[in-house]
Design a protein around this ligand. Structure first.
Ligand code: GLA
Length: 372
């Protein structure tokens, strides 16, 4: 598979569409708001920084399919139809991603009383894959939503079916699956998907971030170019996350070689959130592949070090996140927590760090350092 040779970067509408109670608010999902977000991806410098996929998640669908059995956009919120939106977004230089599910019900249909039938791709895999290809779709997020309970499906088979239909469609479509790590996806998804969610939904708070991180510890051997562990989309700029927490989130996702899918309101983001999302030094680490994603290499109490080897093309050495999970300042002794090195640079501040260094990290924060 030649797609997604590096972790995909983009923006996805799901986190943007959640309200303060983390409930989906579909009034936020209209062709007008989506075009404004896509435009902001370009204007903010995100596209130039590498964020190329614009992904329309659950909630865009009309309650009924069209006369040919194809999915269509909600009649009032997407008046000009999805194919038109795809064209408009792609005219900005972006690629377009869309959402569907292997079963009969999408997640939002189940949890938010969004009553409609036949929105899922069950028994319509071919129709849907062909329509996506015709519309010029570049990325599909295919989301489980309890299809084992609702429809009696087996995950591997159901996800494979859509992989086969996407291939048969003749179009290169990045295939992103999401079953929240329920059925050990790392053991089978690398064969026919480009990324698989490893864990349940990530919310915009520190507790969710840390528990999601804890569940990544043993998964590092399964990622490789074309097939990535996906610890879920970014919550940077959402909820109550502070800038220090946002930075820790971004640094950690980068050493994990995670797909970076922003989900904040790009039309209203602060300069500090934008500067974080487009930081070239952090993105370089995320996109670098030296044979293994980063992993947990040291811990003591609330302090952890997550380390990723860097390829020679990117200057070699290692990138390490010094993470302080706790509520008080933490002090890292570099010799003890990282080992010997010749030089060290803080990726965020570009400051040189002395070899005998002791590094102080703020509560619920992290520093990202390149060691050679
Ligand atoms: C699940 C997924 C989310 C999002 C919603 C859509 O919760 O994990 O990322 O796609 O469904 O309903």
């Amino acid at each position: 598979m030649t797609l997604a040779q590096r972790p995909p970067l983009g923006w996805n509408s799901w986190n943007y569409g959640l309200n303060e109670q983390n409930r989906a608010d579909f009034s936020r999902l209209t062709e007008k708001t989506m075009l404004a977000q896509a435009q902001a991806m370009v204007d903010s410098g995100m596209l130039a920084a590498g964020y190329e996929y614009f992904v329309l998640d659950d909630g865009y669908q009309n309650a009924r399919r069209d006369f040919k059995g194809r999915l269509q956009g909600h009649a009032l919120r997407f008046r000009h139809g999805i194919p038109q939106l795809v064209n408009d977004v792609k005219a900005l230089g972006l690629k377009f991603g869309i959402y569907s599910v292997p079963g009969s019900l999408t997640c939002a249909q189940q949890y938010d009383d969004y009553i409609a039938d036949g929105l899922g791709s069950l028994n319509r895999e071919e129709i849907d894959a062909k329509a996506f290809a015709e519309w010029g779709i570049d990325y599909l997020k295919y989301d489980w939503c309890r299809a084992h309970l609702n429809d009696g499906l087996a995950a591997r088979d159901a996800f494979k079916k859509m992989a086969d239909e996407l291939r048969a469609s003749g179009r290169d479509i990045v295939y992103s699956i999401s079953e929240y790590g329920l059925f050990e996806p790392h053991k089978w998804a690398p064969e026919f998907t480009n990324l698989w969610r490893t864990t349940d939904d990530l919310f915009a708070d520190w507790g969710s971030l840390m528990s999601t991180l804890d569940q990544q510890v043993d998964l590092y051997p399964y990622s490789r170019p074309g097939a990535w562990n996906d610890p879920d989309m970014l919550q940077i700029g959402n909820g109550e996350l502070t800038q220090s927490e946002n930075k820790a989130h971004f640094f950690l996702w980068a050493v994990l070689n995670a797909p970076l899918m922003a989900g904040n309101d790009l039309t209203r983001m602060s300069d500090e959130v934008r500067d974080l999302l487009i930081h070239p030094g952090v993105i370089e680490i995320d996109q670098d592949w030296s044979g293994e994603q980063g992993r947990l290499t040291w811990q003591s109490g609330d302090l952890q070090v997550w380390t990723k080897r860097m390829s020679t093309e990117s200057g070699g050495g290692v990138a390490a996140v010094l993470l302080n999970r706790g509520g008080v300042r933490g002090s890292f002794n570099l010799e003890e927590s990282v080992g010997e090195f010749n030089s060290a640079v803080d990726v965020w501040s570009s400051d040189l760090i002395s070899a005998s260094g002791q590094i102080e990290v703020e509560p619920r924060g992290a520093h990202l350092i390149r060691f050679n």
